[in-house]
Each structure stands twice: as C-alpha cells, then as structure tokens.
Design a protein around this ligand. Structure first.
Ligand SMILES: Nc1nc2c(c(=O)[nH]1)N[C@H]1C(S)=C(S)[C@@H](COP(=O)(O)O)O[C@H]1N2
Ligand SMILES: [Mo]
Length: 321
C-alpha cells in the first residue's frame, strides 16, 4: 500500500527544505523589531531590494500556508513573465522601472449594481490584508513559493454587488505604449486580458494582491495590484490590473486568442493534461536549479485540490483545459 505522509500527496518537501513555522515567524519578528515596527521580511532580500513597506499589511500568516521553502526574493523578482516589458525572463526586472504606478485607478464595470472607480488607496483600505504563501506554477514548467500580501477578491466582488446574470469576471491590465516597451509589438493582442468564472473569482484562495515579502509589489511582479490564482497556471494571475468587468459571456483571454489550442479558458494546473508541445507532469522549482536538482512532480490543481476540486465536479478537465 502506498503510504502518503502529507495531505498534498507524494510531493512533500524533505526535511532540509522546510522552514519551520516557528523559525519563519521568529525571523519575521526579529526583522520587524529591527525595522522599528515597520513590516520587513527576508534577510536574503536586504542586499537586493529597495521596496517600500506596504501600508496596512499585516504580518500574520493566513489562508493557505505551506511548509515549503520560500523562494528567494532575488529569484522571485529577477525571473519573471511580464510580456509588456519583454519576452525574456530577465527583461521585466530590467525594463519595468518605467511603469508609473501613481496615481492608479481600477475601474469596476459591467453587470454590477455598484460600478465604481477605485483609487489604489481605496482598494488598500477595502479589507484587511493578509499574507498568503502560495505556489505559483508557470505553464512553462517552473514554479516558485511566494508570500503574497492582499485579500480575497471576493471582498471587492461583494462590495460592488454583481447582478444575477454575471457569470464571469474579466481582468484587464494596463497597456501603455509610453511606459511599456512591448505594448504595440505583435507577441500578444494588448491589453493582456484574463478571466475567471464567477465561482472561481469568489473562491477565498483567489487573491487581489498588493505586495509580496511584506512590501509593495515590485513593478516586474505586477505593481501596484495584481491577481493571484494559485491553482491555475501562472498566466491567469494578471499583473497591473486597471479594469475588472463582470459579464455573462466567457471572456476571450490574451493567451487564448494567441493560441487557443494551447491555452484554454480554465488553465487549471493539471499534470495529466500535457501542453501540446511539452509535458506538464513535472516542474523545476526556481532556486533549486543546478546539475543535480531533481524535478518535482506537479500536483493536481497545483496542490490546492482539496480547496478547489469541487468547483470542477463533473467537468471533463481534458476538454476544459
Ligand atoms: N499583464 C501581464 N500579466 C501577467 C503576465 C504578462 O505577461 N502580462 N505573465 C503571466 C505569467 S505567464 C506568469 S507565469 C506570471 C508570473 O508572475 P511573476 O513574475 O510575479 O512570478 O504572471 C502572469 N501575469
Ligand atoms: Mo507563465
């Protein structure tokens, strides 16, 4: 009989990879004290980052936590996908300094009773922020473990009161030729658009994120506000949101328009459904590279099956890729 030692299944981390909660929180406490009450985080971050503290961010670890080793800040902020700033993994860190995140507004429109324009400041105050450690698994086969800061998208959705016929939520991101050098290039049909079914958008794991590692989001990670949907491939987690639109039709997403046979609407992480050009069965954890680094087995729904599996009960996940 196969004995499972973790609820996540067979892919549990080995002891040396684990940052025990007490160590992790103890370190946070220490750094918090060092920073004189200002929320601070990783030691590894210090030589690299110059991020501002995130107003309203709490240092509690809430939501879905993981005992896995947190990805180094320098890796999470220097190996990115943000095609508005280039298609190379190092391009966003190099180029995204031109992004202007102040002032910033997010428009909420479509099938809602209370459409509104929110300033970033309004959004930050809408609900208490939590830190959530989520894996992010890119469709290209790499993954990271990141302490995001934000609150459930459901908080905003409840506030604007969707109409009964709203079935989907479309997320539109900034497309500004003046500050984003690749907007206008033909790699994608800009703006970068993503979408979720209403119940997916309402799921408590779906995060509206303003920060990571206790600080405001670096530009290359989608400042000043992005989506994080941990059970779906990374491209669903749209960066630098400017519009949230409620609709009765499944939105056409940027990647679905670019290659519909490769990128479907659902894009749930699924090791059993290959990308047409490569397998999705394993992944490379960023920071574990090197000749002898073992690939990890990718988990169904990126390890969040217990929380989100029932959203897809009865659905053919091969057809609805
Ligand atoms: N606006 C926008 N959002 C985006 C992308 C993009 O190119 N543009 N890339 C996506 C992809 S493919 C991934 S894997 C994640 C990467 O997030 P990270 O760089 O913060 O790890 O952002 C997603 N969000
Ligand atoms: Mo991705």
């Amino acid at each position: 009989m196969l004995i499972r030692t973790s609820r996540d299944g067979f892919n549990h981390p080995v002891a040396s990879e684990i940052t025990p909660r007490e160590v992790y929180e103890g370190r946070r406490q220490l750094l918090k004290l060092m920073a004189g009450g200002v929320l601070a985080s990783w030691a590894s971050r210090e030589a690299f980052a110059k991020g501002a503290p995130l107003p309203g961010a709490k240092s509690t670890v809430a939501g879905a936590t993981t005992m896995e080793k947190i990805t180094e800040y320098k890796d999470a902020t220097s190996y990115n996908n943000f095609y508005e700033f280039g298609t190379g993994k190092e391009d966003p860190a190099q180029n995204a300094h031109t992004l202007k995140t102040k002032p910033w507004t997010v428009e909420v429109e479509g099938l809602v009773k209370k459409p509104a324009k929110y300033t970033l400041e309004d959004l930050l105050k809408l609900s208490p922020q939590e830190e959530r450690i989520y894996r992010l698994r890119c469709v290209e086969g790499w993954s990271m473990v990141i302490p995001w800061v934000g609150y459930s998208m459901s908080k905003l959705i409840e506030k604007v009161e969707p109409q009964g016929n709203a079935k989907f939520v479309e997320f539109v991101t900034l497309a500004d030729k003046a500050t984003m050098p690749y907007v206008g290039s033909r790699v994608l049909d800009w703006p970068y658009v993503e979408g979720l079914r209403m119940d997916e958008a309402m799921h408590p794991l779906t995060l509206l994120s303003f920060g990571m590692y206790g600080e405001v989001l670096p530009n290359q990670n989608g400042a000043p506000v992005r989506l994080v949907v941990p059970w779906k491939y990374g491209f669903k987690s749209a960066k630098s949101l400017v519009k949230i639109r409620f609709t009765d039709k499944e939105p056409r997403t940027a990647w679905n328009k670019a290659a519909s046979h490769e990128y479907g609407f659902y894009s749930n992480v699924n090791p059993n459904v290959d990308h047409p050009r490569w397998s999705q069965a394993t992944e490379r954890r960023i920071g574990e590279d090197g000749l002898f680094a073992k690939k990890r087995k990718t988990l169904m729904f990126n390890g969040y099956e217990q929380q989100v599996g029932q959203l897809y009960a009865g659905m053919d996940l091969k057809k609805n890729y």
